[in-house]
Ligand binder design. Structure first.
Ligand SMILES: Cc1cc2nc3c(=O)[nH]c(=O)nc-3n(C[C@H](O)[C@H](O)[C@H](O)COP(=O)(O)OP(=O)(O)OC[C@H]3O[C@@H](n4cnc5c(N)ncnc54)[C@H](O)[C@@H]3O)c2cc1C
Length: 369
């Protein structure tokens, strides 16, 4: 196939993956990014505490997809980090997701892993909820019972979404991991770790190819007619917001945002795990201490305190009926444009989906096959 001229809009993980795959196929690729840096939501860098911080909240790479893992390995060495989260409940730090040790510490009992499933079944049996569950609250209670739901999920969910758990879909709860054993790792995927030197470094390496040019501080919408000139590009890969591409013709797609408050302390360690959730206390949802994830040695430490918020950077898609309806209206256009062959929409913003990093890479790989 003749060499194509491609334009990639956005230099986050989706854009960088697309750029690399197209360049390796023999195409020439121009990447435009509206920010003064690459990386998108994975953007990270060295902090004044001498440890790398993630500017848009903690990012842990985890996947079961060998093809995706192998692709990333080409651009960074990964450490062996296994993510651990604790939850501050009733003045105690308890392992989360709920596992045998969480239950024993919270209830002050000592039971074996073979008894956990039965223990939770008793908790569920003494709880009142609609079965089959029709909302988030009922879906969690059907798995762990009212007591654990109220300690770990009820208030956290209200803070995160500024909505009552009864008004949220049961599907979100389908993914809540519960362990009957003592495995206190947050993820159990085959491959886990963080790129040594950071995600931005990895993404820069992806873009480092003789057929790729990069233009920072370049917003597609500020020069759209120029970029869209007939014959200028054979293929356009769009990774920005779905509604923006269509001038919000079917209305704005909502996002829940997070405000990140970074703190630097003159002490070696602040908390015993990378992330501590605060379901019931304070206005924030969680505190991240980055050095646990990178294993960097420093006399100082860097924290990120997260406050969910209605406005700010787009963080989490809000999958209610209204947004799902709007997304479908946009998707009908996307489908037509993709069928015509000159434009692809990919990534968490362009597909209006909650995607983990590995899912973003997999989605790009699938679209460019
Ligand atoms: C708080 C939080 C924590 C997360 N933690 C994890 C985790 O632990 N593990 C995990 O696997 N995933 C995690 N994720 C998900 C992860 O951030 C995403 O999967 C990934 O960053 C998406 O990459 P993307 O390229 O699709 O989007 P983005 O990273 O948003 O990149 C899009 C890029 O396009 C640029 N752009 C947009 N519009 C234009 C325009 N008009 N012109 C030019 N450029 C434009 C943007 O500036 C941006 O750089 C987390 C997400 C959030 C919100």
């Amino acid at each position: 196939m003749a060499m194509r001229k491609c334009l990639i809009i956005g230099a986050g993980l989706a854009g960088a993956t697309a750029a690399r795959l197209l360049a390796e196929k023999g195409d020439t690729v121009h990447v435009i990014e509206k920010q003064p840096h690459v990386g998108g939501n994975c953007y990270d860098g060295m902090s004044q505490a001498g440890v790398i911080i993630h500017k848009y909240g903690p990012h842990i790479f985890h996947t079961n997809m060998t093809e995706v893992w192998d692709f990333c390995q080409r651009f960074a060495d990964f450490n062996f980090y296994q993510h651990r989260v604790m939850s501050y409940v009733d003045g105690q730090l308890l392992p989360f997701p709920i596992n045998r040790d969480t239950i024993c510490q919270l209830f002050g009992i000592d039971i074996g892993i073979r008894e956990i499933e039965g223990f939770l079944a008793d908790e569920v049996a003494r709880s009142t909820y609609k079965n089959p569950p029709e909302n988030f609250r009922d879906a969690v209670i059907s798995q762990v019972g009212t007591y654990l739901y109220e300690k770990f999920f009820h208030n956290y969910t209200r803070k995160q979404w500024a909505a009552e758990p009864e008004s949220l879909s049961a599907e979100i709860a389908g993914r809540i991991p519960i362990r009957y054993n003592r495995d206190n790792r947050y993820f159990t995927d085959l491959y886990q770790g963080l790129p040594i030197g950071g995600y931005t470094h990895m993404i820069k390496n992806m873009l480092d190819h003789p057929s790729i040019t990069l233009e920072l501080n370049a917003d597609y919408f500020l020069a759209r007619s120029e970029y869209d000139k007939p014959g200028k590009y054979d293929l356009k890969v769009y990774t920005g917001k779905l509604d923006s591409y269509f001038d919000e013709a079917y209305g704005r797609l909502d996002y829940r945002s997070v405000k990140f408050d970074f703190r630097y302390l003159d002490q070696k360690q602040f908390q015993p795990a990378a992330v501590v959730n605060y379901p019931n206390d304070y206005a924030f949802t969680r505190i991240t201490e980055f050095k646990h994830m990178t294993n960097e040695q420093s006399d100082k430490t860097a924290l990120c305190i997260e406050y969910p918020s209605a406005d700010g950077v787009p963080s989490y898609v809000v999958l209610n009926q209204e947004n799902i309806g709007k997304r479908q209206a946009y998707f009908d256009h996307v489908h037509d444009l993709e069928e015509q062959g000159g434009t692809l929409f990919v990534g968490r913003l362009a597909e209006y989906r909650y995607y983990n990093m590995d899912q973003v890479i997999a989605s790009v790989m699938k679209k460019l096959k």
